[in-house]
Design a protein around this ligand. Structure first.
Ligand code: PRE
Ligand code: MN
Length: 360
């Protein structure tokens, strides 16, 4: 190679080094700005400021790069800066792995969730009667499942649909759960009901429609009971994680995240099960993650493969709905399993991913 080319390349190498130092020096200032913005709750993205910088730069530009090229290069730098600020913000969250590298393990009446073993949550969509819950609880118990779900307060799409039995429903759940030595998971929809519900439930569920009900999240954050937080039907993973942050910021870190499908254009399932959310949530947070196969798929015929996918990808448990006679269920009739189907489902799932072995 010619001596001249070699010399020019050496010059470029030292310019590269200077650029590298400058670009990282800039990034350091950007991080400080990010912290100030965070404290003052200012939007990180500032297009007016970006436009001003681009105008000043193009005014000073003497070439040989065209103004459009300079704008393009600096716009990329601004984009990377914004990502850096967002990344710093994510890592600063109390639910983040950065804050707490080890897994959160939740104790529910002596049962552990998040310790690497599987813990499933099964039960009817709605509590309808003592007999209905007791029949399901018998099957749940027989299949070695410890967490019994059931809805007493039902946030339904239509106000004319069955709204649940309320406190009476919670009383039924508690009575049955005590008889079968199970723990109760039930949804609370109103912040003022949280305290009262603590007499009956072992886990407070916050449903998809309430994922951004911030007063409810705060009330659950003040409670001394674990919270199962479902992903909102149109929530991004970041919004989901921030909803959990509302709970932990009030002092309650016993949170189970539950992926339950998101709304997309696809009509073949009730929602689209975002299975990739599971490993992302496990990587980004230290919280246990479950998958609700009933509400995500809305289809009895694919509950089992969806559940297998959930455990294969690293979920800490699966949630599904069971009813003694789904055809006459007061809610979600199309997707609940009857008891023989549930028995088969549990046998197959256990064969695929045995419980009690800490296999992960
Ligand atoms: C910065 C980053 C993102 C904003 O959209 C605008 C500007 C930049 O890289 O210059 C820094 C910044 O956050 C700011 O000046 O407010
Ligand atoms: Mn349901």
């Amino acid at each position: 190679m010619s001596n001249h080319l070699e010399q020019l390349r050496q010059q470029l190498d030292s310019v590269n080094t200077e650029l590298l130092e400058l670009i990282n020096q800039r990034a350091g200032i950007v991080q400080q700005i990010g912290k100030v913005k965070e404290k003052q709750s200012i939007n990180r993205y500032d297009p007016v400021r970006e436009r001003k910088m681009l105008d000043e730069l193009t005014e000073k530009n003497n070439g040989p790069f065209e103004n459009s090229t300079i704008e393009h290069i600096f716009k990329e730098i601004f984009k990377a800066s914004l990502e850096l600020q967002e990344d710093d913000h994510r890592k600063a969250l109390l639910v983040s792995r950065k804050m707490k590298p080890e897994d959160t393990i939740i104790d529910i009446k002596g049962e552990k969730v998040g310790n690497g073993d599987l813990q499933h949550v099964m039960g009817p969509c709605s509590v309808e009667s003592y007999d209905q819950v007791a029949q399901v609880a018998e099957a749940v118990k027989r299949n070695g499942v410890k967490l019994l779900r059931g809805g007493a307060f039902k946030p339904r799409t239509s106000p004319y649909d069955f709204q649940g039995l309320g406190v009476e429903g919670l009383q039924i759940l508690k009575q049955v759960a005590d008889e079968y030595d199970l723990a109760v998971v039930s949804e609370i929809v109103n912040p003022v009901h949280v305290e009262k519900a603590l007499d009956y439930v072992d886990v407070i569920q916050i449903g998809a429609r309430n994922m951004q009900n911030f007063e409810l999240l705060k009330a659950a954050g003040e409670a001394n009971k674990p919270v199962l937080l479902k992903r909102g039907l149109s929530a991004t993973i970041s919004e989901f994680v921030n909803a959990a942050e509302y709970i932990i910021s009030q002092g309650n870190g016993d949170i189970i995240l539950c992926e339950r499908g998101i709304r997309t254009y696809e009509k073949a399932t009730r929602n689209t099960l975002d299975i990739s959310a599971v490993p992302i949530l496990k990587q980004e947070t230290h919280l246990p993650v479950m998958v609700d196969v009933t509400h995500s798929t809305g289809r009895r015929d694919i509950l089992l493969p969806a559940a297998k996918a959930a455990v294969a990808i690293g979920a800490d448990g699966v949630m599904a709905e069971v009813h003694p006679d789904p055809a006459v269920a007061l809610s979600d009739a199309a997707q609940q399993m009857n008891i023989p189907t549930f028995d088969h489902f549990m046998n197959e799932l256990d064969a695929f991913a045995p419980r009690g072995t800490m296999q992960k």
